[in-house]
Write a protein that binds this ligand. Structure first.
Ligand code: SAM
Length: 252
């Protein structure tokens, strides 16, 4: 996959995109990445201006549409693959694992990062999709773009060691993931559950599934609405939720 980013801070991507899994993915040629400085398409003049005061008044500056339009045209033309153009904005659709999976099937993405008060409304027309990483406002689209790139890149075939490592993760079953343990078997009075030491893989699978349901019922009951559960599993979820309700009542 090829990923291009248009930003006024291209340098902030260097370290994150060169480290760990992303660095390895790039080294193997599974991920091509290029950050472009929006100011290369700035309004002509000494200040390399890309923003202006809002019509109608109000605080802050708004990013002008012309640099973004020119950047999208020029960057798109750098490769024969048509990019999915993504505008990072708190007003976009929430970034979920399902959306990440969809984006991971594309051959190319072009991410647009805003700053200041955000982008002129006409920039939105350049994007195929607007994406938010959560219901909070950051000062720029660079961190959201990195979050998106990381989440997508780890799903690209060959990037992680075993494809199984993403198949059972949180959200891929519509549930949070089960608890993990490693050595030591006993740590400061806390023991690894006996089932995990049993070598009985069918039992381990059942235990993990139940733990995933209980954990989701406790922390993210909203996810259970869309999860594919058997009647017995629904009963486990209900049991966990009623325990959580009594804990709440007892103020724990
Ligand atoms: N005034 C805008 C609003 O209320 O929607 C927020 C602008 S924000 C300060 C500046 C830029 O940060 C946005 O244009 C966007 O690119 C990025 N940004 C901030 N929060 C984000 C989020 N939760 N998800 C994705 N991008 C975000």
């Amino acid at each position: 996959m090829r990923v291009d980013v248009v930003t006024i801070f291209p340098e902030v991507f260097d370290q994150v995109l060169s480290s760990s899994m992303l660095g390895i993915a790039r080294g193997k040629g599974l991920l091509e990445f290029c950050a472009h400085d929006l100011r290369d398409w700035a309004i002509p003049g000494v200040h390399r201006q890309v923003d202006d005061a809002p019509y109608g008044g109000g605080p802050g500056m708004v990013m002008r549409p012309e640099p973004f339009r020119a950047a999208v045209r020029a960057v798109s033309a750098l490769d024969a693959r048509e990019p999915v153009v993504v505008l990072m904005t708190p007003q976009g659709v929430p970034l979920t694992q399902r959306l990440v999976e969809r984006l991971a099937t594309s051959e190319r993405m072009l991410l647009l990062c805003g700053r200041y008060e955000g982008v002129d409304e006409r920039v939105r027309g350049l994007a195929d999709i607007e994406v938010s990483i959560g219901d909070y406002v950051l000062s720029g689209g660079e961190l959201p773009a990195m979050v998106l790139i990381d989440a997508v890149a780890r799903l690209l075939p060959g990037v992680l060691g075993g494809e199984d490592s993403t198949a059972e993760e949180s959200f891929s079953w519509g549930l949070l993931e089960y608890p993990h343990y490693t050595r030591p078997a006993s740590f400061e009075g806390e023991d690894v559950p006996e089932v995990l030491l049993s070598g009985d893989h069918a039992r381990i699978r059942r235990w993990r599934r139940e733990q995933a349901i209980r954990r989701t019922a406790r922390s993210r009951p909203d996810l259970l609405l869309g999860a594919d559960l058997t009647l017995d599993e629904r009963a486990i979820a209900d049991d966990e939720r009623s325990r959580a309700t009594s804990r709440d009542k007892e103020g724990l």
